[in-house]
Design a binder for this molecule. Sequence first.
Ligand code: AMP
Length: 205
Amino acid sequence: MRILLIGPQASGKGTQGDLLAKKLGVRHLATGDLFRAEKQAGTELGKRITMSIDAGELVPDEVTWKMIKAHLDEQRGGWVLDGFPRTLNQAELLDAYAKPEKVVVLDTPDEICIERISGRRICETCGKEYHSKYKPPKQQGVCDVDGSRLIQRPDDNEEAVKRRLEIYHEQTEPLLAHYVDRLVRVDGSPGIDEVWQEIERKLGI
Ligand code: AMP
């Protein structure tokens, strides 16, 4: 099964992507997570993309495609992709490689995304995501997995959040027309369980 998850920042792509990949027994690949791991590891790629990421700008398509393709090449049984494609050009690159079978869109109003981002924290070591209200860690400010400190993402500042929402509406939303024949629209505004139940129901899984 090859599934895309599309939605604005904090619409729940990461959380629902994990649930979906687990249920389908495939890998969940999120370009944002892969880029943050490169940044954290201080690789050449990590150094090149840091400025774009922190400002909420997109990384150039050639760079993004090269990185995600290397990961896709390792997945024979399918994948759940989140955060890619984000532009029409990226969608065309992916179509030429392997067409997604379903495209799940998490429809979430900007105000809800902004409210969710204010409570979002990530582990400074492993990158696992939390939310103070919706997905709290067992101990406040500490990662459940490795005990490291939880921090705010550098691109979750007001300016970068605004820029990312603009990019979503201008460059990513047009993908909905591109994938119109395989679109599964889900309301991303309710809580995690409710959204997940709707995804399960609409995908028939
Ligand atoms: P995310 O974790 O999905 O919010 O992604 C964080 C950042 O990584 C984005 O704001 C971009 O700078 C970069 N990024 C992630 N996915 C892509 C993509 N498909 N194309 C270009 N840049 C991306």
